[in-house]
Design a protein around this ligand. Structure first.
Ligand code: FES
Ligand SMILES: [Fe+2]
Length: 396
């Protein structure tokens, strides 16, 4: 019997994939069960393209940092050719977790336990005293088979994606539907202009809830009038449209009245190729499983989720501006500060709500709930994505 059947009845997952009028959302176990989370890690994170950080957090050759993906220890490194590499953060000798804090690697990645050393390609190059005192080689051990295990990775718009199971399509194919959609807003040249500021470009929120609540809440604009009254004062419910993808791998909403109300007359520079007839468009897309993106004519952000366990999530907000001036100069410092504060306010309003959803999931009377057939279609798409991927496990 498949493991997941011990946790969730099959009918509870099947009903999620019904037409929206006859479906329910994911059952409580998907939010409250630690055992379920182990299966989810494999099906929704390891077997997909998941975000584990941003390349600008390791800006220089030799910069390295650890990241744990629901307990899987990983090591992010910028190599000598400035390329991002991701390895499993475990020594091939006795399995010590090599890197425990961000570090600058001079030449080799050295394991603190018995000092085995790896080069930046992950190749094992030194095994001190392996053949006895002062014998650093032995004919009985072939170093070439014991390097660090590299993880398939890809950097897109500064985000580091990994596919740990090495089982799915190329990243280029995976991202194509979203990248095609957004080609109406920006060109490759525009995308190269995004810069991550050193001040007011990042904040972290702690959400005492399951990571999926952040995604499903982000997919819809239905909650705007009640949860974001400030935002709703100029970007109203009726100014929004749904975003759904085919194949189903992202969902969200867009607005047609984006007009940043930042104090003063100064404005951020805009993407040079953003079309004039779409100046007031902005789109907010959750790319499954764990990143929420926001695209506007004058800034872009990636809000990615680090699930810690089934009921605790760290949310990382990374804001980008158009060109060096906007991102780094003092001239735009106050604007950056104000814009970052605005987003901190909005995202904090959402955290309050999603923590309440976690609390509600402790009710045995709740059956996954009902969707508005009109307002909740993007959220339903995310639930279907989860249920479908879990069901594929059942059918194997
Ligand atoms: S565990 Fe790393 S060198 Fe022994
Ligand atoms: Fe919201």
């Amino acid at each position: 019997m498949s493991e997941i059947f011990k946790i969730i009845e099959k009918t509870k997952l099947d009903v999620v994939n019904n037409p929206i009028e006859q479906s329910h959302g994911l059952p409580n176990e998907c939010y409250t069960s630690e055992a379920y989370t182990k299966i989810e890690r494999k099906k929704l994170f390891e077997e997909k393209w998941s975000v584990i950080g941003v390349a600008s957090s390791v800006p220089d050759p030799g910069d390295a940092r650890p990241f744990d993906l629901l307990g899987i220890p990983l090591l992010i490194l910028r190599d000598k050719n400035k390329k991002i590499k991701v390895f499993h953060n475990v020594c091939s000798h006795r399995g010590y977790k090599i890197l425990n804090k961000p570090e600058k690697i001079a030449n080799v990645i050295r394991c603190p336990y018995h000092s085995w050393a790896y080069d930046m390609e992950g190749k094992l190059i030194a095994t001190p005293h392996i053949g006895g005192a002062n014998k650093h080689e032995t004919k009985d051990f072939d170093k070439s088979c014991s390097g660090l295990k590299e993880v398939r990775s890809y950097v897109w718009l500064d985000l580091i994606f990994v596919n740990i199971s090495n089982n799915t399509e190329s990243f280029e194919e995976y991202i194509k539907p979203l990248s095609d959609r957004w080609s109406k807003f920006w060109t490759k040249e525009d995308q190269r202009l995004i810069k991550h500021p050193k001040d007011h470009g990042y904040f972290q929120l702690k959400a005492k809830c399951n990571w999926k609540f952040a995604i499903e809440n982000y997919c819809e604009s239905y909650h705007l009038p009640w949860v974001h009254p400030g935002l709703n004062s100029y970007s109203k419910l009726e100014d929004h449209y749904h975003i759904e993808s085919d194949p189903n791998r992202f969902a969200g909403q867009g607005t047609t009245v984006y007009d940043p109300r930042l104090k003063g007359s100064k404005k951020f520079p805009c993407f040079p190729n953003w079309p004039k007839d779409k100046e007031k468009f902005a789109e907010y897309v959750a790319l499954f499983p764990n990143v929420m993106l926001g695209i506007h004519r004058d800034h872009y952000y990636a809000y990615w989720l680090e699930p810690i366990n089934h009921a605790y999530t760290l949310e990382h907000m990374e804001v980008y501006y158009v060109g060096n001036e906007a991102a780094y100069s003092d001239e735009y410092g106050d604007l950056r500060k104000e814009n970052c504060k605005l987003w901190l306010g909005v995202q904090s309003e959402d955290v309050n709500i999603i923590e309440g959803m976690q609390a509600g999931r402790n009710s045995p009377s709740y059956n996954g709930g009902n969707f508005s057939p009109v307002m909740d279609t993007p959220t339903h798409n995310f639930h279907k994505w989860v249920a479908t991927n879990l069901t594929q496990l059942l059918n194997r």
